[in-house]
Design a protein around this ligand. Structure first.
Ligand code: HEM
Length: 343
């Protein structure tokens, strides 16, 4: 990365941004979009409920509708009490069945509860979201896409009736704020509620796992929040993202033609010595850390405070110190497979 912050990789055909400056430049460039112009929705799920959801997600769209909807999501997420999320995550962690349930099930159930979903819905939504996220990576197979379509249909049935102005929790805030901000339609809300759950899923499982491993290595600190922040930088649960070049552009002095795909190595940018001195050292409480794990610019993650609060709650409740058996196969997430006495 230090030798080649931006360049073309002939084997994969991708442009690769690894340096902090190059990653920042691409994420701020309006020529670089989140989907290829020719395929706004992956062809394998087009016309299915998973495709309908995908096509409405703020994460997967650019332009004015994305910006307006993002404002509503951010305003709604800002109403959440971090303290309550920490307490809820700790309570859920104490009831978790095993390490896998702790990593995946607990964050999904916490977010479902914060959304205001009650009864058995958080548990069912947590299960279904695991199926839905299978359609998201560029490497999704036909089988993944079919499973995601079935899950999306069930999630829309489950969540649709909850989206009312009088609803409690984050869903109620979303409906109220959409009206107050003059959103022309509330049609994208169900898809984006599914989006909040799906964006939580792998990423927070990775952060929980990487934090528990770091705690086993370094011991429990006084400042858990500062510790989690450094895990986010040092052992990024989301390692990369992509951008699709819609009009020819220039990045780090290289001419990048329209139609190119850029792989952005967020985890490498976190370790760029130009951004963070002594970047490979694990130093909780760093002064002014430059962190790329949650992205930058228009599509920056609106869930970072929520993800950190869930992880702090889980880490505070867990007494065991797991080790791990490698990582789950994933094109972009770093999720350790935890092992050892659960508790
Ligand atoms: C450790 C956990 C998490 C990590 C590392 C993470 C990382 C990211 C990254 C890198 C992006 C931007 C992708 C891009 O620009 O290509 C993103 C977007 C997003 N994340 Fe997160 N995320 C996490 C947790 C969450 C949670 C808990 C939520 C919500 C409850 C959430 C909601 C979203 C949404 C809605 C977007 C799309 C924003 C947009 O496109 O404008 N994320 N996340």
């Amino acid at each position: 990365m230090a030798n080649r912050p931006f360049g073309h990789d002939t084997d994969s055909g991708l442009w690769v941004a690894a340096g902090a400056a190059a990653v920042s430049e691409v994420l701020a460039d309006p020529a670089c979009r989140v989907r290829p112009r020719s395929e706004p929705v992956p062809s394998g799920i087009l016309g299915t409920p998973a495709g309908d959801v995908f096509g409405e997600l703020v994460r997967m769209t650019d332009g004015a509708p994305q910006v307006r909807l993002k404002q509503v999501l951010l305003a709604a997420l800002n109403t959440i009490s971090e303290k309550q999320v920490v307490a809820l995550a700790a309570e859920q962690a104490r009831k978790a069945a095993d390490w896998t349930d702790l990593q995946f099930g607990v964050p999904a159930r916490v977010v479902a509860t914060v959304l205001g979903l009650g009864g058995d819905i958080p548990a069912e939504a947590a299960r279904l979201i695991g199926e839905f996220v299978r359609c998201v990576p560029a490497s999704a197979t036909a089988e993944d896409q079919a499973a995601a379509a079935t899950a999306a249909a069930r999630l829309l049935d489950l969540l649709g009736p909850c989206l009312r102005a009088g609803s409690s929790g984050l869903i109620g805030e979303l409906v109220r704020l959409a009206a107050r901000n003059g959103l022309p339609t509330t049609a994208p809300l169900p898809a984006n509620v599914i989006g909040l759950l799906s964006q939580t899923y792998d990423a927070t499982a990775g952060l929980v796992g990487n934090t528990l491993l770091a705690l086993a290595r370094h011991g429990k600190p006084d400042d858990l929040a500062g510790f989690v922040d450094e895990v986010v930088r040092h052992d990024a649960p989301i390692q990369n993202t992509r951008r699709y070049v819609v009009t020819a552009t220039t990045v780090a002095g290289h001419e990048v033609p329209a139609g190119s795909t850029i792989l952005l190595l967020l985890a490498a940018a976190n370790r760029d010595p130009m951004a963070n001195p002594d970047p490979h050292a694990f130093l909780p409480g760093r002064a002014d850390p430059q962190v790329f794990t949650f992205g930058r610019g228009t599509h920056r993650c609106p869930g970072h405070v929520l993800a950190a609060a869930i992880t702090i709650g889980v880490a505070a409740a867990v007494t065991g110190a797991p080790s791990h058996e490698g990582y789950r196969p994933s094109p972009n997430a770093r999720i350790p497979v935890l092992k050892g006495q659960f508790g």
